[in-house]
Design a protein around this ligand. Sequence first.
Ligand code: G1P
Length: 288
Amino acid sequence: MNDKVLKVVFPIAGRGTRTLPASKAVPKEMLPVLDRPLIQHSFEEAVSSGFEQFLFITGRDKGAIEDHFDRHPDLEQALSDKGQALAAIRDFIPPPADISFVRQQEPLGLGHAVWCARHFSAGDPVAVVLTDDLILADQPCLAQLLEVQAELGGNVVAVMEVPKDQTSRYGVIDPGAGGSETVIPIAGLVEKPAPEDAPSNLAVVGRYVLQPEIFAELARMEKGAGGEIQLTDAMARLIGKMPFHAVVFEGRRFDCGSAAGLLEANLAYGLNDETFAPGLRSAIKEFL
Ligand code: G1P
């Protein structure tokens, strides 16, 4: 087993009903934030956090994502004939076979999607990234989790505070004793609890570092909230068997599974980018 976490899984089989009509004929992961598709942001977060092997759990109609992470010789030729730079279309693509794709085949839930990565894990720990959750941070959120994982071992998930009336949208942690303000031992995990049943207002966002034992739990295929096989339930069964911590990450999360979240992300990323910020600032002033 490899102690260092080098493998990362992107479950991307979900349909994207909250971003219609934009995602009717285009995978929601290909919708742009600034100058690149959403999925490229998540991918670059993983690369800059030190990950080396990438698995996409895909589904029907996600072919554009495979094409995006493939070389495009005709386009490269056309650009170089015109004397244009190739970096933007080529530099983010890893060597062949460092990136692979598996079909989920049926939409049975996030837990089922992650289970599809069991052979990729091959006994090693994996990180999981939900691309709907875009996180703008000084230090990539995945790198923040890896630091805690290297120190404390076991499983680590990212959490943030949410208003109590929103707990039913998330996995929610039951904070255990000890820890610090930003690194909290997990005593329990509940998927999408009603506010009155929620053990806290600390919600899991889509960044996880998981030990390979997760796959045996997922293999039980037990259905949970919404009749789906839930990653949260499988993780909950590992509590007490190994260290399990929540990290209140530094950074801002955007729910890019919704049109409003995408719009906010575009503004925030635009204002954070030295090329786009000056023009965007003056455009915003004109609109207001
Ligand atoms: C998934 C997880 C949930 C987590 C959320 C974060 O839910 O099941 O535990 O809090 O992502 O975005 P989904 O948004 O897929 O319903």
